[in-house]
Design a protein around this ligand. Structure first.
Ligand SMILES: [Zn+2]
Length: 305
């Protein structure tokens, strides 16, 4: 066997290891209401510190500009100054299903005007609730407006209900329950990893490869508390964390479903739907009752009754 053949075979054998699973981390609804475990600036500082301590480079914050009061603005400045990407998530987080196109477009443009001030603002748009318009007129109306403003659709590929774990955490605190943060971290990470692996397997099934993924998270206290734990677990499980701009260079960015849809499971779910999968486009962890049960059992250690 010649040397080049040997090298070729060696490369083929190690290829799956070299081709690490990759994802970018993104936080929606920034600056999100903060009046529970942390105040707003403590949340922001904790999140930034935990990202940097764990050597997570650039992440993205998709902002609702109606929350840019004095406190909200200073929080967004902290993310901006830390070098993270700032993107558009509309002014007031409208639900596109019950908002007409002109109103929705106006809300998007209002946010654009307010976000331009940030050094790390980039023209990426994350649709609230991932809803991109349930009629051709609405969907194409937004596509045209995004194009005109040189925006990219900041789709996600890895869907989950992290926001509902935050709801359960804050509710338990308000009710005076003691919440063990280590157990909460474990549950949060296990739930996220289950849905991450699910959507990656779905991608491999329909694309034949693991794309550069985009993880949806929200700007919450649990994100601030546990993002470092999550980064460590991701790496343990073979994931590499990449900047959002790099993730959006994956060919799945170009994918477009023919027909408009009401509810969007994320880009991998859309691709599966386009190839005929009708069920289980949302992983079973994306369910309030399911998460509440796990929270009671795994965090509060209440028995099942
Ligand atoms: Zn949102």
């Amino acid at each position: 066997m010649g040397r080049s053949t040997f090298l070729l075979i060696t490369c083929l054998v190690i290829a799956p290891v070299v081709n690490a699973k990759q994802l970018a981390i993104t936080f929606d609804d920034a600056p999100r209401a903060a009046n529970g475990y942390f105040d707003g600036s403590t949340r922001a500082n904790t999140l930034i510190e935990n990202l940097s301590k764990n050597k997570v480079g650039r992440v993205a914050f998709f902002s609702n500009t109606q929350s840019l009061d004095k406190q909200g603005l200073s929080r967004m400045r902290l993310y901006d100054e830390a070098g993270h990407l700032i993107g558009n998530h509309t002014h007031s987080h409208p639900n596109f299903l019950d908002t007409d196109l002109p109103t929705y477009q106006e809300d998007f443009l209002k946010a654009h005007q307010l976000l331009k001030q940030f050094n790390n603002f980039q023209p990426y748009f994350r649709f609230p609730y991932l809803r991109e318009g349930e009629t051709l007129e609405k969907r194409d109306g937004m596509r045209t407006l995004l194009q005109k403003n040189e925006y990219k659709n900041a789709y996600i590929t890895l869907n989950n209900y992290d926001w509902y774990i935050e709801v359960l955490f804050q509710k338990a605190l308000k009710e005076g329950k003691s919440v063990d943060l280590q157990r909460l971290s474990n549950m949060y990470i296990d739930v996220l990893m289950e849905s991450i692996e699910y959507y990656d397997e779905m991608a491999i099934k329909y694309l034949g490869r693991s794309p550069k993924h985009v993880l949806l998270l929200h700007e919450t206290d649990i994100s601030a508390l546990f993002i470092g734990d999550l980064a460590q677990r991701l790496r343990q499980d073979g994931w590499e964390i990449i900047p959002p701009k790099e993730a959006y260079q994956d060919p799945v960015a170009e994918y477009q479903l023919n027909q408009p849809i009401k509810y969007n499971p994320g880009r991998i779910g859309e691709i599966a739907l386009g190839k005929g999968q009708k069920k289980e486009l949302w992983h079973y962890t994306l369910n309030e009752d399911y998460l509440e049960k796990r929270f009671q059992q795994e965090v509060l250690l209440l028995s099942d009754n």
